[in-house]
Design a protein. Structure first.
Length: 163
């Protein structure tokens, strides 16, 4: 099981915060040891159950880093929060992406973007570009850099928590 999967499992069960820095190997091992002690059973990482794709909204941390700090965390799994100020569904573009822009509107390179590809669009409320517009959200995922802007790829509705 990867460190990311372990971190997701531990965050889901409230044993590790997603709001701070990414968990170190020591943090993960400590949390696993605490879990094993509490459970009294598991003796190694491979015995931990895989996290499920579905999570209750309460399992998503309600506050993470602000949208304008995301560039500092590229390559890290974080929760990013901010207002959805601009959206677009580019159904004429390759991959038919939906864009949820936090903090600043397109084309401002300082904006933070949640990109939802057409293959994942059905995993969100109908017309996510309308559903999330004007709402304050927190989204969890891997922060990536695309053409100078920070973004997270949205694959399921469970990644996004409306504040």
């Amino acid at each position: 099981m990867s460190n990311r999967m372990i971190a997701i499992y531990l965050m889901t069960f409230g044993m590790l915060s997603a709001c701070g820095s990414s968990p170190s190997e020591a943090d993960i091992q400590t949390a696993i040891a605490q879990t094993q002690t509490a459970a009294g059973a598991a003796t190694h990482v491979s015995t931990l159950p895989e996290p499920t794709a579905t999570r209750t909204p309460a399992a998503i941390p309600s506050k993470g880093i602000d949208w304008d700090e995301a560039k500092s965390w590229v390559g890290e799994f974080k929760v990013v929060c901010g207002p959805v100020v601009d959206t677009a569904y580019a159904n004429g573009s390759s991959g038919k992406p939906t864009f949820l822009n936090l903090g600043r509107s397109y084309p401002d390179p300082e904006r933070f973007t949640v990109v939802i590809w057409d293959d994942n669009r059905a995993n969100f409320p109908a017309q996510p570009e309308n559903y999330y517009l004007g709402k304050d959200i927190c989204v969890d995922g891997l922060i990536e850099l695309y053409k100078g802007g920070a973004q997270i790829e949205g694959t399921t509705q469970d990644q996004i928590d409306i504040q």
